[in-house]
Design a protein around this ligand. Structure first.
Ligand SMILES: [Zn+2]
Length: 260
């Protein structure tokens, strides 16, 4: 199997898998969604809350804030040598203390160390009126998307077969209808010839095939080449998350092999 990043940004990736099968890429997709660990707030101790929102709503909102995750520094709390009591190897502490009138943002969470500071500082948590207060302590720990959506690092993930567009130029009369109907503008007429401009943009909707009265265009997907795209919530980078998923999958196959 060959893996190529067609596009790679901090929180977004478009990846091409070659010499593979849909089942295998689907296994990677599912691992990305439910098995890659990330950090999220799990326990909140509220000392003072005179805001308009209940403690539970604030705790839930805190839980959903993406926190930077350094997987090499943390272990799962239930697997930690502290027996789940909470120690620097498995738990990250945050404090928050604000008095109105103001809006409390994710950036107001103060971490014990600067490397755990929330990256997206503009997520509103609650609005405080004059003299209203919010004082709390929060503990973040590792978890996976299988347990709760707040521990899901990847979002908006999907894949498609690599598009293959075949044009029979002898049948084509350059009517331009397929060019116009394509929602992704994949086709063009160039030098009196129908041509494919950017094949990877094709979403296999087959509108061009249906509109062509002369049967000159055929669209199909190549099952052995698959394009996958996904975003992350910022807790892990798009590259890190894929590397981690492959590591987890590798370990699972190893276990299966041993059991066989
Ligand atoms: Zn621990």
């Amino acid at each position: 199997m060959k893996i190529t990043f067609l596009e790679l940004e901090d929180n977004y990736a478009k990846v091409l898998f070659e010499n593979t099968t849909p089942y295998f890429v689907n296994a990677i997709r599912r691992t990305l969604i439910s098995d890659v660990p990330k950090l999220a707030i799990e326990n909140v101790t509220i000392y003072d809350n005179t805001s308009a929102l209940f403690d539970e709503i604030i705790a839930h909102r805190l839980g959903m804030i993406p926190l930077p995750t350094h997987l090499d520094l943390l272990v799962f709390r239930e697997e930690c040598s502290c027996n789940g009591k909470g120690c620097p190897n498995c738990t990250v502490h945050y404090t928050l203390s604000k008095e109105g009138s103001c809006t409390v943002y994710s950036g107001d969470l103060r971490p014990e160390d600067a490397m755990w500071a929330v990256k997206d500082k503009n997520i509103p948590i609650v609005k405080l009126l004059k003299d209203q207060r919010l004082i709390l302590e929060a503990e973040a720990q590792l978890g996976t998307g299988k347990q709760h959506a707040k521990w899901q690092a990847v979002c908006g993930i999907g894949y498609k077969y690599y598009p293959v567009i075949e044009i029979d130029s002898e049948k084509c009369n350059l009517c331009n209808e397929c060019v116009e109907i394509c929602p992704r503008k994949v086709l063009e007429i160039k030098k009196k010839k129908l041509d494919v401009k950017n094949v990877e943009e094709c979403i296999l909707c087959k509108s061009c095939e249906e509109v062509c009265k002369r049967d000159a265009i055929k669209v199909k997907g190549d099952e052995n080449r698959i394009i996958m795209q996904y975003e992350t919530d910022g807790s892990l980078s798009a590259k890190e998350v894929l590397m981690e998923a492959l590591k987890i999958l590798h370990k699972k196959y190893d276990e299966l092999e041993k059991k066989l």
